[in-house]
Design a protein around this ligand. Structure first.
Ligand code: NAD
Length: 249
């Protein structure tokens, strides 16, 4: 098992890509704390995971990810529950597809707060706990294929994911000396609630442009997170790994 004995935090771990990451991490031997936007959704995810993996060590938490103080406190408590912290996945994120002239300042700030500020908070809290414990670890964030070419509407989302890539590349260099590897996974269109809410006329032409001929499944993306959190990726840091079927639009 690739993550035997590792202790992991996964934000946005209650559904979609984050839930698939939780499943794959557990299958590979990790203890996992899933963070949800509300305690009830975190509890529901823990119940579902415990039913699927009766032997697994699983906890559920929620906190305001956009508050550095709240994240530091919640991650510290999660590490205490699990008996340590080896790997953090910053996965919670939101999308917003408004065209520029309809985009409100509040919508823009909301996307930046969760997709960028919360990711900064996750990196700082994780690095603090790992360095104080005197060992390294891994931090992996969910970016997106839109951080390559942007997208034709909804400027906040690609802007936030370009920022994620910049943060990951910078922090991989800053945290390498203390043994913390920092990477991102950049999924293409992946079958989750985020995509299910898009109209069919938006989805169909997108699939037509994907050379592998299908949408990604959450498990496809989760497997990349397993690799980056594992010792198989011991010399991989600062990477933004595409999992997009070679989609280029
Ligand atoms: P999803 O909507 O199914 O899940 C989002 C997760 O984020 C949920 O667990 C939710 O609880 C959490 N979340 C949302 N708002 C939150 C808040 N305010 N505070 C705390 N947690 C909050 O979406 P998904 O498709 O699984 O997306 C997960 C990540 O993958 C996101 O970062 C997203 O940008 C990225 N992504 C998704 C796709 C895709 O096609 N689905 C493609 C590229 C990147």
């Amino acid at each position: 098992m690739l993550l035997e004995g590792k202790k992991a935090i996964i934000t946005g771990g209650t559904r979609g890509i984050g839930y698939a990451i939780a499943c794959r991490f557990i299958e590979e031997g990790a203890a996992v704390t899933v963070f949800g936007s509300r305690q009830e959704t975190a509890d529901a995810a823990v119940e579902k995971l415990a039913a699927a993996y009766p032997e697994a060590k699983i906890w559920g938490r929620s906190c305001n990810l956009t508050s550095l103080e709240a994240v530091t406190e919640a991650f510290t408590q999660a590490a205490a529950d699990m008996g340590g912290l080896d790997t953090v996945v910053n996965n919670a994120g939101i999308s917003q597809r408004s065209p520029l002239l309809d985009y409100t300042a509040e919508e823009f700030a909301k996307v930046m707060d969760l997709n960028v500020v919360a990711v900064f908070n996750g990196h700082q809290a994780a690095a603090k706990i790992m360095t104080e414990a005197g060992h390294g670890g891994t931090i992996t964030t969910t970016s997106s294929m839109v951080a390559k070419y942007g997208q034709p509407s909804g400027v906040g989302y690609p802007t936030s994911k370009f920022a994620v890539n910049g943060m990951v590349q910078s922090l991989s260099r800053e945290l390498a000396p203390v043994g913390i590897r920092v990477n991102a996974v950049a999924p293409g269109v992946t079958r989750t609630d985020m995509v299910a809410n898009l109209p069919e006329e938006v989805i169909k032409p997108i699939i037509a442009t994907i050379p592998l001929g299908r949408m990604g499944e959450p498990e496809d993306v989760a497997n990349a997170f397993v690799f980056l959190a594992s010792d198989m990726a011991a010399y991989v840091t600062g990477a933004v790994l595409p999992v997009d079927g070679a989609a280029r639009s």
